[in-house]
Write a protein that binds this ligand. Structure first.
Ligand SMILES: *Cc1c(COP(=O)(O)O)cnc(C)c1O
Length: 232
């Protein structure tokens, strides 16, 4: 028998994908949920070419980006080679970038105001593309954070659908960094349930298992898959 290779102290991206996928399945099973009902969104912001390629090699196809420009740089040339890519915008969107966002992304997770709903509707008309839309809810009512306030979410959901004709599939949140996330996940699930929305994008590297227990359909994981980001 030959000695086995010692485990590297620096796990590869392939190792990290395998580990996170395992944890997603485990959290789903523990919650009595079908693991196949949970989508792992790999957050590829700030990553270099080698990391993107390693993720694709690991079979990953669903990616989240928080800036429109960077998402173009990362993905526009890869679309032809990977027709099953799914690109999700998870960062704040300015109305003057709505057309570029609609032209690239399959899902826009960060609708949080009427003015942006109007800009997205106009961009969809112009481009002929109809990405799905999630509404970002500022569950912690943090002044510096994007997202509609929880008590205004029902109104924005209704107007996005009825006044602007958007396909609102669900909700997204980023809980406060310094508090337990569970009450925020539960609040998001409650708002979704009373509005008949199916998709819940919640949970990041530090708390995706908790989010799955509380009903997440999409978890957005960056550093647990790629290692710590070089830029803040
Ligand atoms: C960066 C980012 C993530 C991923 O964060 P990690 O802690 O690295 O997993 C998830 N969601 C949003 C909106 C982000 O901007």
């Amino acid at each position: 028998m030959t000695a086995s290779t010692p485990a590297s102290p620096f796990p590869s991206i392939a190792d990290r994908f395998a580990a996170v996928r395992g944890h997603v399945v485990q959290a789903a099973v523990e919650a009595g949920r079908d693991p196949a009902s949970i989508v792992l969104t790999a957050v590829s912001k700030t990553q270099g070419e080698a990391a993107l390629q390693a993720a694709l090699d690991a079979g990953q196809r669903v990616f989240g980006e928080n800036r429109v420009q960077e998402a173009y740089a990362h993905w526009v040339d890869r679309r032809a080679a990977f027709p099953d890519l799914e690109l999700r915008l998870i960062g704040p969107l300015q109305t003057n970038k709505a057309t570029e966002a609609v032209a690239l992304f399959d899902v826009i997770e960060t609708l949080d105001r009427e003015k942006l709903a109007a800009a997205l509707a106009a961009a969809m008309k112009k481009t002929g593309r109809r990405p799905q839309v999630l509404i970002q809810v500022n569950t912690g009512a943090e002044p510096q954070k994007a997202g509609v306030l929880p008590d205004q979410a029902d109104g924005l959901i209704a107007s996005a659908r009825d006044a602007y004709g958007l396909t609102v599939e669900g909700l997204m949140c980023i809980p406060p960094a310094d508090a337990p996330p569970e009450p925020h996940f539960a609040l998001l699930a409650e708002i979704a349930a009373r509005n008949g929305l199916r998709v819940l994008s919640m949970g990041m590297s530090g708390d995706y298992q908790a989010a799955i227990r509380l009903g997440a359909t999409h978890v957005r994981v960056g550093s647990a898959l790629f290692g710590e980001r070089r830029t803040p």
